[in-house]
Design a protein around this ligand. Structure first.
Ligand SMILES: *Cc1c(COP(=O)(O)O)cnc(C)c1O
Length: 370
């Protein structure tokens, strides 16, 4: 079976994990610090905050920015549910925004403008499939409207521009992302005070960590804010340090495979829309395609499956999920709804071979023709 995503783990990761076990220090030690600095390097900042997941990172960003009851936060309807959940965690209200088009399935600036009210405090950009939105336009919008710009950069790990749009960005190292620590995430921000606050919130709101108290035995701690346990451990940081070294090569491989997909789909399945045909930076996280209007997606999924090809859907729109439909029954996002009805995600990961791409495109073309 050709899988949609596959983590790359080998002898280097095994050795890194063994080193941690042999060291006897298994959480929040030197490796977490090294990983935080190495990850920050990509985004040309001094430091980052390693966390237990991207979701934890987004939650901490929203807490640290003081978002809460009565505040509205613009989020795309086309995203993973975690983006909107974090808004609810802090007691704020997610306001769903439509996509630009099936060619550019990123948050529509025009619709974002239309959804702004006097209560709108922040906007969360999602770099869907790894593709970056227009930085200058969104910065101008946020500044003009007085909004905090947050990035859910779960799909854009490895892109230096990701993490430079607004106040802070959260990245994911979940098993199906561009690099993995099994579970894990990181927060990047250029604001030192905000970073310090997020770091404190990550560890129960304590004013010092265990690691600091070992090197300074007279150090005690106080708790000055209501924090959480969103820490990363040494095993995950060790995995992350190994994975980081390969990330550029892996992302370049993803780029090459995406180019081949585009070329072959144009040739053999011209009715299928391949989003992001314009020039823009990407981490090429997933390979979404949009099937022709009349095509039965379920039949295509089964057709590909019979040929040993896994596909998935990114995403069921968040406003259609039961808990959101119950809370916000009147939300309509026509372009997102049309896109998510026809979207199909094809396999894309660095271990995929050119011959696999050819096989997948042929199988898709056959299924669509039937
Ligand atoms: C994967 C993902 C998340 C959640 O990441 P975790 O690290 O699993 O918490 C959030 N947003 C988007 C867009 C994602 O793809």
């Amino acid at each position: 079976m050709l899988l949609v995503a596959e983590p790359i783990l080998g002898p280097e990761e095994k050795a890194a994990l063994t080193d941690v076990i042999d060291s006897g220090w298994i959480t929040m030690g030197e490796r977490v610090q090294l990983f935080e600095r190495a990850f920050a390097d990509i985004h040309r900042t001094e430091d980052s905050v390693a966390v237990s997941s991207c979701t934890a990172g987004l939650h901490l960003i929203m807490l640290a920015l003081g978002l809460g009851e009565g505040d509205e936060v613009l989020v795309p309807g086309l995203t993973f549910v975690a983006t909107a959940n974090c808004v609810l965690y802090v007691g704020a209200t997610p306001v769903f925004v439509d996509i630009e088009s099936d060619h550019v399935p990123l948050m529509s600036l025009e619709d974002a403008e239309a959804k702004c009210t006097s209560r709108t405090k922040a906007v969360v950009l999602v770099h869907y499939a790894g593709y970056l939105p227009d930085r200058e336009k969104w910065r101008e919008f946020a500044e003009r409207r007085g909004l905090m710009l947050i990035e859910d950069a779960a799909h854009a790990t490895g892109l230096p521009e990701a993490g430079t749009y607004g106040v802070a960005a959260a990245f994911s190292f979940y098993g199906n992302k561009n690099m993995t620590t099994a579970e894990g995430g990181a927060v990047v921000t250029g604001d030192d005070a905000l970073r310090a606050r997020i770091r404190q919130l990550r560890g129960h709101g304590l004013t010092s960590g265990t690691f600091q108290r070992v090197s300074n035995p007279t150090l005690t701690y106080d708790v000055t804010m209501l924090g959480y346990n969103y820490r990363m451990d040494e095993l995950r940081a060790a995995l992350g340090l190994v994975q980081l070294r390969h990330l550029d090569v892996w992302n370049a491989r993803r780029k090459g495979l995406t180019a081949l997909y585009r070329k072959m789909l144009g040739e053999y399945a011209p009715d299928v829309v391949v989003p992001f045909d314009d020039e823009r930076s990407s981490a090429y996280h997933i390979m979404p395609v949009v099937l022709p209007d009349k095509t039965n997606r379920q039949d295509v999924i089964l057709g590909l499956r019979q040929d040993g090809i896994q596909t998935t859907i990114h995403y069921p729109p968040v406003h259609h999920l039961a808990i959101y439909k119950e809370r916000y029954p009147s939300v309509r996002l026509p372009k997102t709804e049309d896109y998510t009805r026809r979207e199909l995600t094809l396999p894309l990961h660095p271990r995929l071979e050119e011959a696999h791409v050819e096989r997948i495109v042929q199988s898709l073309a056959d299924s669509v023709r039937r």
